[in-house]
Design a binder for this molecule. Structure first.
Ligand SMILES: [Zn+2]
Length: 150
């Protein structure tokens, strides 16, 4: 059994689990390790990118940020590897780096559902996708909020 020394997720030999899970190992012999999302954070790498733009990012910064964090935590409940690596804020343009393209798409879709606006997906690479859920190819997602806050 391995445990991530950074976030406390543990690996049972098959998958990584969230430390909040009821059957999390306690007081056992745990090998110190680093889980894939924490590794990405350390290296500054990522699996998916969400570009966000629009006045809403300035006008309702807190709302948008907590919405992103909430959606991330929902995803993380079902997959502890699904995380936001980093958010770079630059006024009314934000860049959100995620561990998987899947999460970037998910966030984009939910932003659109909640705040409206426009969503565009740009697969940088097409073709050879062996695993649908977890491809390493970065995919970029663009979301633009409505011009006028509704
Ligand atoms: Zn970790």
């Amino acid at each position: 059994m391995k445990i991530c020394q950074s976030c406390g997720s543990y690996f049972d030999g098959k998958t990584w689990h969230d430390p909040k899970e009821a059957n999390a190992p306690k007081g056992r012999e745990l090998e110190r390790a680093i889980c894939p999302p924490c590794q990405m954070q350390k290296e500054g790498s990522f699996g998916g990118v969400l570009h966000m733009a629009g006045p809403i990012l300035r006008d309702r910064r807190e709302d948008v940020m907590s919405f992103l964090r909430l959606e991330e935590s929902h995803r993380r409940d079902s997959n502890p590897l699904s995380r936001i690596v980093r958010v770079e804020e630059n006024g009314d343009r934000w860049t959100v780096m995620t561990t998987s393209p899947h999460l970037a798409v998910h966030l984009g879709r939910h932003l659109k559902r909640k705040f409206g606006g426009r969503l565009r997906l740009h697969p940088d690479v097409t073709g050879h996708r062996n695993r649908r859920e977890e491809t390493n190819e970065a995919m970029s997602v663009n979301w633009e909020s409505p011009a006028e806050p509704s």
